[in-house]
Ligand binder design. Structure first.
Ligand code: TXA
Ligand code: MG
Length: 331
């Protein structure tokens, strides 16, 4: 059931239920952080492996000291500038955070979501909310309540309606190693923005590794549509599939010739990376539900949110790269 009632949402959460909540990045699948049974349910609903830890969503910066300790000043500085917002910090956990949340790590991922409804919900609750993105494991993250309903509606009692997610891609995850800020997942805050406050950062956003990495959720294959997806030079790829119905994802001015078998999805015709981020999952989802047989996308310039979008595109298509490498067709 989809509704706007935060009091009902709060009651369900207090009773140990799992509900979907809106955030500015993507919808989350939330449970009481301190109720291990409720948290365990999240993994079942998502079909998510237990080695993949969860982000804890808190109501304000002060609250971080209730669940974490020895927090580096640089991380506090970033939180102060970017929270509430699409930033997640990895910090040393306190005893009250269970191992099921962190997948056994002594670090917990924490973020303050910038969605008015969810912030209000967090403020009336007596506990923070553990929440991964509200999609089945490895599928596209939902940016609207309808998408959550279509993917998981029969598995949860309530979806809190919060409109379309404004940012549209997940939070940027940062931590600290040897007094240096490390970015583990590219996301809604661009690296360039982070570097304005803490100087050069280190990137550890491994792509195409299916082993467990620093943020175990960053598996190579991720955010994947069900359809075959090819990334590369669109103009070179299209002629190879003339008898297929193709969804083409572009960015900026459309210079493709009109072709009957092609439907164009423009992430931003004014080549705006922020607008593109807000569309990427929405379009992938739409295309998956369309009659297109193949998805073809080009990469964006590797700046601003373009990097995070490219990261999502490459992961979404990671099966295909391997094919294409073998066939020597693109890349
Ligand atoms: O924008 C977001 O971050 C959304 C919204 C709902 O807040 N959440 C989200 O959660 O994207 P999820 O579970 O889909 O991705 C969380 C990522 C995973 O890659 C996970 O491995 C990593 O964060 N992570 C969480 N806790 C961690 C921990 N203790 N240590 C290392 N990585 C962690
Ligand atoms: Mg996710």
């Amino acid at each position: 059931m989809i509704g706007e009632d935060i009091y009902k949402t709060a009651e369900l959460l207090r009773r140990g239920e799992v509900v979907a909540i809106p955030t500015e990045t993507v919808y989350g699948l939330a449970a009481n952080t301190f109720d291990t049974n409720a948290v365990a349910k999240i993994f079942g609903i998502k079909n998510r492996p237990k080695f993949n830890p969860l982000i804890v969503h808190i109501k304000n910066i002060e609250y971080i000291h209730t669940i974490a300790q020895n927090i580096n000043e640089k991380l506090i500085k970033l939180m102060t500038h970017f929270s509430p917002g699409p930033l997640t910090v990895l910090v040393e956990k306190k005893e009250c955070i269970s191992n099921i949340i962190t997948a056994g790590s002594n670090k917990v991922a924490v973020r303050i979501p910038a969605h008015p409804l969810t912030l209000k919900l967090l403020n009336i609750l007596e506990f923070p909310l553990a929440a991964p993105s509200a999609n089945p494991f490895q599928y596209i993250s939902p940016t609207s309540s309808i998408q959550v309903a279509e993917q998981l509606g029969d598995k949860i009692p309530y979806i809190l309606e919060g409109g379309k997610c404004k940012v549209g891609i997940e939070s940027t995850i940062v931590g600290i190693e040897n007094d240096e800020i490390v970015v583990y997942r590219l996301g809604g805050i661009a690296i360039e923005e982070i570097e304005k406050y803490v100087g050069k950062v280190k990137l550890k956003t491994q792509l195409n590794k299916s082993e467990i990495v620093d943020t175990p959720g960053q598996l190579g294959k991720h955010y994947s549509p069900k359809k075959r997806m090819i990334i590369g030079d669109i103009q070179q790829i299209l002629p190879k599939f003339q008898n297929k119905k193709i969804a083409v994802i572009i960015f900026g001015k459309n210079i493709l010739p009109e072709q009957e078998n092609i439907e164009v999805y423009n992430l931003s015709n004014k080549a705006d990376d922020i607008e593109a981020a807000a569309h990427i999952f929405e379009y992938l989802y739409k295309i998956d539900a369309s009659d297109a047989e193949l998805i073809v996308a080009g990469l964006l310039p590797d700046i601003g949110l373009g990097r995070a979008i490219n990261d999502r595109l490459l992961r979404a298509a990671s099966d295909i790269h391997r094919d294409m490498d073998d066939e020597n067709e693109c890349f």
